[in-house]
Design a protein around this ligand. Structure first.
Ligand code: SAM
Length: 219
């Protein structure tokens, strides 16, 4: 496997990052700064959050409703709110959600923060933009922290996501998801297709020799 997964599985790097991530760490993007608690997805280890921040900033956000599905530290929601969107941040990790309450206040923005397993608590809602940085390594997660990385050994996260997603898609709203070359994209695309969804790459960016892709998901 490539650099990125090596960072997670190599015993040395695993130990080092475990120590580094055993206390809250600050993550910054431009004028936004958030505290990332242990067990919350650490945006400093990968490039995916930063690429999604850069991409989200290019969207016309003013007065738009934005859902960050699986928000982790929620910095993408904070950026959307700072750009005058009505942002909703959801996650299954309550530590992430509690920290986001404080991070939103510190950054002087108002965000709707919701505990939800995928769309479970978002029924009958609609969003102009849905932004997803999913867990994509195939293994059953052993803890809430691992749910940020692992999508289940049979890609259960994607099975559930793509089964639920069509109910939250219209002719006009837009759904974006980031993936890396370091995941089984063909398997993920096959699950999307099974649910009558098509996936189109709109951004391709290589950072530290790892190619990352932002996809637009369409009905
Ligand atoms: C890769 S992290 C991305 C975090 C954040 N959006 C970012 O870009 O930094 C994936 C997030 O999805 C959350 N997650 C995993 N499974 C979920 C589920 N079934 N429902 C809601 N959130 C989930 C994890 O807790 C984690 O915060």
């Amino acid at each position: 496997m490539r650099t990125f997964i090596k960072k997670i599985v190599s015993p040395f790097l695993q130990k080092t990052s475990k120590i580094y991530l055993s206390k809250p760490r600050k993550y910054k993007y431009k004028d936004i700064s958030v505290w990332v608690e242990p067990s919350v997805f650490p945006p400093f280890i990968t490039i995916s959050t930063k690429l999604l921040l850069e991409f989200t900033e290019t969207l016309p956000l003013e007065e738009k409703t934005v859902l960050e599905l699986g928000c982790g530290c929620g910095i993408i929601s904070i950026l959307a709110a700072k750009n005058k969107a009505k942002a909703t941040a959801s996650d299954i990790n309550t530590i992430a959600l509690d920290a986001l309450e404080k991070n939103a206040k510190d950054n002087r923005v108002s965000i709707e923060i919701l505990h939800s397993d995928l769309f479970e608590n978002l029924k009958n809602r609609s969003f102009d933009y849905i932004i997803i940085n999913p867990p994509y390594y195939p293994k059953n997660p052993d803890s809430i922290a691992e749910r940020a990385w692992f999508c289940g050994k049979d890609f259960e996260y994607f099975e559930n996501l793509f089964r639920q997603l069509p109910d939250f898609m219209t002719k006009t709203n837009e759904v974006y998801m980031i993936l890396s070359e370091d995941c089984k994209r063909d398997t993920i695309f096959a699950i999307a297709e099974k649910n009558n969804l098509s996936v189109k790459c709109i951004v391709e960016k290589t950072v530290f020799k790892e190619v990352n892709y932002i996809y637009k998901i369409n009905l």
